[in-house]
Write a protein that binds this ligand. Structure first.
Ligand SMILES: NC(=O)c1ccc[n+]([C@@H]2O[C@H](COP(=O)([O-])OP(=O)(O)OC[C@H]3O[C@@H](n4cnc5c(N)ncnc54)[C@H](O)[C@@H]3O)[C@@H](O)[C@H]2O)c1
Length: 259
């Protein structure tokens, strides 16, 4: 394994359990030498996140609800403290929409749950970037990566309000790239094909999404969280030094197809 992250320190948001895409990314970065701080949301998953974090000798595991600006500022500051005042990278792998909004008609999405999906799944990236920017600037630059999905660009049945949130997230990546570039900070997204995780289980018709990718993608096969991790690690590494504001598709080529 390469050691592209030797001496690098980063914060990972979005580990819920060992199936989380964030965990696959964290494992990959740790294997390549990174030191990692983790956040978790809610007591229910604290134990499993702590166990996973311990397995990669994490110096910091702290609670964060990304709906709270105070929480986001606090955890980034705690990470900065754990890492001698700086931060090299941040992994944003967080999303939420109410289960009932991922099965019926998008048209029926109520106003409050529409904004909640965008708040958790898209605005949180802006809040994280704002908090992390000074710590990354202190290191002479940095890198952020977030997780998106094709449902933000095309209508995918059942993805509904989460598609609208991903469209907001995708646009946020581009605008953040412009702002953060002035401090040599890069930000990119990985657009992943279907991966069986906790969040994926709440999407009605998820098995159909998997079957269609297998049938119609150029490579006719599923991807897994490790494939996403490899893409994220590339984008976070110095190998992607001149890559920002973009989306890397890890989806067996499905996005390239017209039907
Ligand atoms: N699994 C897939 O097929 C797939 C495909 C493309 C993109 N993604 C994206 O990957 C990312 C990670 O999802 P996953 O599939 O690993 O599922 P997951 O359930 O393991 O991860 C989602 C994470 O979001 C966190 N979260 C939700 N609300 C939060 C809040 N208010 N504050 C802080 N954290 C909160 C959860 O605690 C959890 O850790 C998401 O952005 C998701 O949309 C997933």
């Amino acid at each position: 394994m390469a050691d592209r992250f030797q001496g690098k320190q980063g914060l990972v948001l979005g580990v819920a359990n060992k199936r989380s895409i964030a965990w696959a990314i964290a494992k990959r970065l740790a294997e390549e030498g990174a030191q990692l701080a983790f956040t978790f949301q809610g007591e229910r998953i604290e134990k499993s996140v702590r166990e996973l974090a311990d397995s990669v000798q994490s110096p910091l595991v702290t609670e964060c609800d990304v709906r709270s600006d105070e929480d986001v500022s606090r955890v980034v500051a705690e990470a900065g403290k754990a890492f001698a005042g700086g931060l090299d990278f941040l992994v944003h792998s967080v999303a939420y929409a109410a289960a009932e909004d991922l099965e019926g008609r998008f048209t029926d999405t109520p106003r409050d749950r529409f904004w909640m999906a965008i708040d958790v799944s898209a605005y949180s990236l802006v809040a994280c970037a704002r908090a992390a920017e000074p710590l990354m600037a202190a290191r002479g630059g940095g890198s952020l990566v977030t997780m998106t999905y094709l449902g933000g660009e095309r209508a995918v049945p059942h993805y509904n309000v989460m598609g609208v949130a991903k469209a907001t997230l995708d646009a946020s990546v581009r605008y953040l790239a412009w702002d953060l570039g002035q401090n040599n900070i890069r930000i990119n997204a990985v657009s992943a094909g279907p991966v069986r995780t906790l969040a994926a289980r709440s999407i009605a018709g998820f098995p159909t999404m998997e079957a269609i990718v297998e049938e119609r993608s150029p490579l006719h096969r599923h991807i897994d969280a490790e494939d996403v991790a490899a893409g994220a690690a590339y984008l976070l590494s110095d190998e992607a030094d001149n890559v920002t504001g973009t989306t890397l598709y890890v989806d067996s080529g499905y996005h390239a197809m017209g039907m």
